[in-house]
Design a protein around this ligand. Structure first.
Ligand code: SF4
Length: 414
């Protein structure tokens, strides 16, 4: 059931055991998962063609929303780990997923967080168990844990592993890995570290179209090295040479980015390579591999389809404020109608007021300082019927979505 970690540094030391396929205790934790994450109301709405009327409120739920396969698996493995090692200290390296309520429930289950103040990898020893999150950890972090000799439970999502494969292939072939992602996001940091496995491996992280424009100008010889350094000092591998290292690039994505923006950035870079090297040589200078995960894509497609079908009074998007895929769902909605990105049911304060993260605008780099909440008034129209589009990010359980919809109904019918 478990393997030896491949990251051994010496012949003498016994490598840390690493579990990658669960702990055969799915049945033992199924009841807890159903209690904490299931919602009877959501089950009913799904069976009613994703529409629910209650008084003057009509909720229209996107057909794909909430927990994705990777998050489902990671949370399941965390509970299995607790059940399998009841007498051992169990830690997460940090948030298992970007949802505060899920992380609180895991703390209540007795799982510690090495990212908490006063906690660190240094306190871990071979008797301890450490769970790696769905978005993976950097190679440095994995090597550090391996040196402590602790048991590792690896929940890294298969879709993230696919991105790592693409990045390793690019860099092994002498291409710079250009990653459309957020510099401070754990997944992107882990993905970038994969580029450094190859000798002379290089990476560059691009956040959005504006940054892509600058990179394209550099490729065409229209921007200066100083401009590059001002924009990307934190976003590229050590010793990055923007002239030499942008001659051949391979594009990958953080799995939760906005698909339309990733495609646009890829096309911008491809055209810049054609302008600089000619159509016939583009294959030697640009490669792309689609690495937005299918769960992210399905949720973006579903909300686009929902909004394309009819008019709504407002949209409510539910998920952690630091959840990249939730923020992108909110961006999609905010382009078309009043949108409130909320973390939980309590964000609906009253008929008048709502606490939410402003939706829309350009993506932020994903650092902790970007989690901003404001309070707005007059969010709920007083019309006879209120049509609300609802969706939730891949790290939001049904239980939270159900609680939000119940509270919506309370206020709509107050
Ligand atoms: S959002 Fe995609 S990559 Fe991330 S855990 Fe879910 S399925 Fe995996």
């Amino acid at each position: 059931m478990f393997e030896k970690s491949p990251l051994t540094s010496g012949e003498q030391r016994v490598p840390a055991p690493i579990f990658r396929k669960g702990l055969n205790l799915k049945h033992a934790v199924a009841g807890t998962l159903a209690r904490d994450y299931h919602s009877q109301l959501i089950a009913e709405i799904k069976s009613s063609n994703f529409t629910w009327r209650n008084g003057r409120l009509v909720v229209h739920l996107a057909t794909e929303f909430g927990f994705c396969y990777g998050v489902d698996r990671a949370v399941d493995y965390a509970y299995q780990t607790r059940a399998r090692f009841p007498d051992r200290r169990v830690y997460l390296t940090g948030e298992i997923i970007h949802n505060p309520q899920v992380n609180t429930l895991l703390r209540q289950a007795g799982i510690g967080f090495l990212s908490d103040p006063g906690q660190s990898v240094e306190q871990v020893d071979s008797a301890d168990v450490v769970i790696l999150p769905a978005f993976g950890v950097s190679i440095d972090a994995l090597q550090q844990l391996d040196r402590r000799g602790c048991t590792l439970i690896d929940t890294t999502c298969g879709s993230v592993l696919n991105v790592w494969k693409a990045v390793k292939r690019y860099t092994a072939e002498g291409f710079t890995a250009v990653i459309h992602g957020k510099v401070h996001h754990e997944e992107t940091k882990a993905t970038a570290s994969q580029a450094l496995i190859a000798e002379n491996g290089r990476y560059l992280i691009i956040l959005d179209r504006d940054e892509a424009t600058l990179v394209c100008d550099l490729i065409r010889g229209l921007a200066s090295v100083n401009q590059f350094q001002a924009a990307f000092s934190e976003a590229c591998s050590p010793g990055f040479d923007p002239v030499a290292d942008l001659c051949r690039v391979g594009l990958a994505n953080q799995t939760t980015m906005l698909m339309s923006e990733s495609l646009e950035i890829g096309e911008m870079i491809r055209l810049a390579m054609i302008a600089q090297y000619g159509q016939n040589a583009v294959g030697n200078h640009y490669q792309a591999f689609e690495t937005i995960c299918s769960a992210t894509q399905d949720r973006q497609d579903a909300v686009n389809s929902l909004l394309g079908g009819q008019q709504f009074d407002l949209a409510v998007v539910i998920g952690g404020y630091n959840s990249s895929n939730t923020r992108n769902l909110a961006r999609i909605c905010a382009e078309r109608l009043p949108t409130y990105h909320i973390a939980e049911a309590d964000c609906l304060i009253s008929v008048e007021d709502i606490r939410h993260r402003p939706a829309g605008g350009p993506p932020s780099s994903g650092g902790p300082g970007n989690v901003t909440e404001i309070t707005s008034s007059n969010w709920l129209p007083s019309s006879d019927v209120v049509h609300v589009a609802v969706t939730a990010g891949a790290s939001t359980p049904d239980s939270i979505v159900g609680n939000v919809i119940s509270r919506l109904a309370t206020f709509a019918n107050a």
